[in-house]
Write a protein that binds this ligand. Sequence first.
Ligand code: ZN
Length: 287
Amino acid sequence: MSIQKWPDGLPRAGNRQFEQMKSISPWFEIYKINEKTFALLEPHHDEEVFSFILLGDNKAVLIDTGMGISDIRREVENITKLPVMVVNTHTHFDHTGDNCRFDEIACFNDTFELNNLEQGHSKQFCQEFMQSGSYQNLPDGFVPEDYYIKPSKATRTLNHLDQLDLGNRTLVIHHTPGHSPGSICIEDTGYRILFTGDTYYRGSIFVHLPGSDQQAFFDSGEYLYSLLDRIDILCPGHNECLAPKDDIGQLHSTLGKIKNGLLNFEIDRGSKFYQLDHFNLRLPLTD
Ligand SMILES: [Zn+2]
């Protein structure tokens, strides 16, 4: 069954299994994945986006910075006093909203992604995601009509298979373009977790956006499948902070069927819409 439409079905089963930590702002829910890994959910917006805090011995990585509707840095500093480097899985507005609050920011070495950071996302663009019915319980003082994403700057650019050493914890960067040109998945080699950003989550996966590339997405599906014996679980960027790695097997076989024209789709809102068991896919009308 595909995931229920927000806000039905909250809190979602994939999140309920984890101990919930106290957040400073009620805008966030914080789930403890393990002693050194925390998922920060923004449950009051229908994006249901996740950011993740990963603690090493010497430094912390914050995977994505959420929507920028409430101060994520305050939440991070409440969890760790370690120096924090942001690593963006990609640079869409809902993953870079609070980048501007951080000094150290890494993203994939790709012009589309670097430009998104430098330009931010305009008020006009962001309005589409602030229509009534798409949020609830906004923090005091937040004005939806004024919402935009401030510019930020990558202080480090990442390449395929780069390693990040947090002190007794190593992350490997895997370039998985398709959703966007510089989308990455981040492998935690010790905990055997793959943080998949928007390349895979249970929900509607978008491969029809400006900057998306269907062929690249198919290739990334193939590549992710080849990583499966290195990981145990997935931590995706939306809806549920944990998914079984078997989901990648399903993604892989689904993409194979689509390539061979074996799956039916609907034309819906300007894209090909494939409805599947754990996720849906939106592909461009022309490939
Ligand atoms: Zn995205």
